[in-house]
Design a binder for this molecule. Structure first.
Ligand code: ADP
Ligand code: MG
Length: 472
């Protein structure tokens, strides 16, 4: 069974037994990254989904995975940021789950009637991006104006149009929006949007089948060809050459070409000089990080899209502190919204700060007292003993003492396990702090907790809650 079908099978089973809203919210855009050496690795677009699912669904997922493939021993979780807004062949169509929830069909997007010739998977996505929901701000006015001009008169001015910039700054948004706008202005034109990777895969397939004519005809018979992330053509001579011919034919016929890359044409290493100079023939514009006010406005609009009212100071806090990309900034906001919905609270600066910290992107959060954020971080063995004692509401002296009743022994073992895991202390050192116990006793306790966590969902939740308290 392929990865996608396997994931679909697991989710379908899970859907019938778990909280349906969770499945729709937190499993959306998730994939199976792979199965290797008995470990099933799942990919999630945002850290929050990943953490949430690991905490709540680990055992269930493991069990369902094992039902499908008995060799699976463990499930691991990864963040794959690109899943947030890129199409991915392993993503599952969640509409059947939505349908099962009884979502009214009128709420669903009505397919666009225009003839959009895009590769199948990009189709729905392409509908989403529009020039009027791209906020140009002061930094991206030129690029926005150029896209609007191209959409009004494709093939006329700014041909080719070449956008470049770092990831997550809106290149794909602009490319697809321009394609949409061309179709809106000129419903009879043929527009193809595709990523360079897709182009490369198709040409390789066509060559493999010794049948390249349909491929060539398809791409040379359009009014506008949009190719995203052309840096991927580097060092792929055959694909590059094919693209070069396509490019020339379209250009000579006065057809529009729009491209994006992560760098300007002159820096496209591994690409033929002729191609580089051709890319630079038309209009080359950089897509930049929007200014602060624009970033706040983007967040505000996103929050509205999610039907949420988020306090302005929180939006400003995110916009101020996350400057790596618009995508990451939006990701933090969506995390905050998801968390708040789940806990039926409102996002706070603190919860947002935690999410940003988890991304490890920002060393120094501005507008927030770092002491407060660090306060929770656990540094010593005593901190852990105090926390566990507090969590189980037993006196500290009992926790480290001699009593052997179950109500105290179990938290004591958890405490030893956490010290070992978080502080990486030796069994001897831990033993000394628990009334001079022998190291084999500590070892036995830690192993017991590890074994118990495989079968005891409640324990996993407690351990996770404790770790969260400790800021781990
Ligand atoms: P890139 O292709 O450059 O990696 P994307 O086009 O995928 O980036 O943009 C990432 C996300 O940020 C998308 O959700 C996009 O809609 C959003 N975005 C980026 N810039 C803006 C902007 N100026 N206005 C509105 N949304 C933006
Ligand atoms: Mg992109």
């Amino acid at each position: 069974m392929d990865k996608k079908s396997f994931w679909e099978q697991i989710l379908t089973k899970l859907f019938s037994s778990a909280n349906k809203q969770h499945i729709l919210t937190f499993f959306n855009n998730s994939i199976i990254v792979g199965v290797s050496d008995g470990v099933l690795t799942l990919g999630f677009p945002v850290i929050f989904s990943k953490e949430f699912i690991r905490e709540r669904y680990h055992l269930k997922l493991l069990q369902l995975a094992q039902e499908g493939d008995a060799s699976i021993r463990d499930v691991q979780y990864e963040i794959v940021p690109a899943l947030a807004d890129q199409d991915h062949p392993d993503k599952i169509d969640m509409t059947k789950f939505k349908d099962a929830m009884g979502e009214s069909p009128s709420v669903r997007k009505v397919p666009n009637k225009m003839e959009v010739i895009v590769d199948g998977t990009m189709r729905s996505k392409m509908m989403k991006y529009h020039l009027n929901n791209f906020m140009p701000g002061s930094n991206n006015r030129l690029v926005h104006a150029a896209c609007t001009a191209v959409a009004a008169k494709p093939g006329d001015i700014y041909n080719p149009l070449y956008l470049y910039g770092q990831v997550g700054l809106g290149k794909t948004h602009l490319l697809q929006a321009t394609g949409n706008e061309i179709l809106r202005n000129h419903p009879n034109k043929r527009v193809i949007y595709m990523t360079a990777e897709k182009f490369i895969n198709e040409i390789i397939d066509a060559i493999g089948k010794r049948h390249t004519k349909p491929f060539k005809d398809n791409y040379r018979n359009v009014d506008c060809l949009i190719v995203d992330d052309i840096q991927f053509f580097a060092n792929k001579a055959t694909s590059e050459q094919e693209f070069f011919h396509t490019f020339n034919e379209l250009y000579d016929a006065g057809k529009q070409i729009i491209m994006s890359a992560d760098r300007p044409p002159r820096d496209l290493d591994g690409l033929d000089d002729r191609l580089r100079s051709r890319f630079a023939m038309g209009m080359v514009i950089e897509v930049c990080l929007p200014d602060f006010e624009t970033r706040v406005a983007i967040l505000q609009r996103k929050a509205q899209e999610y039907g949420e009212m988020i306090a302005p100071e929180i939006l400003e806090f995110i916009a101020y502190n996350v400057t790596s990309s618009v995508r990451e900034m939006i990701g933090i906001l969506i995390n905050a919204i998801a968390l708040a919905k789940l806990e039926q609270t409102n996002p706070t600066i603190r919860s947002v700060a935690d999410a940003i910290k988890k991304l490890n992107k920002v060393d120094n959060l501005v507008g927030y007292n770092m002491d407060d954020i660090n306060k929770r971080a656990v540094r010593t063995l005593d901190d852990i003993i105090d926390l566990v004692a507090g969590y189980y509401k037993i006196p500290r002296s009992d926790l480290i003492g001699e009593q052997r009743c179950k109500e105290i022994m179990f938290p004591r073992q958890i405490c030893m396990y956490l010290i070992r895991e978080i502080l990486d202390q030796s069994y001897e050192a831990i033993g000394e702090n628990f009334g001079g116990r022998n190291h084999t006793t500590i070892l036995h306790s830690c192993n017991k907790i590890v074994a118990q966590m495989k079968v005891d969902e409640r324990l996993v939740r407690d351990v996770n809650a404790l770790k969260r308290e400790m800021g781990v």
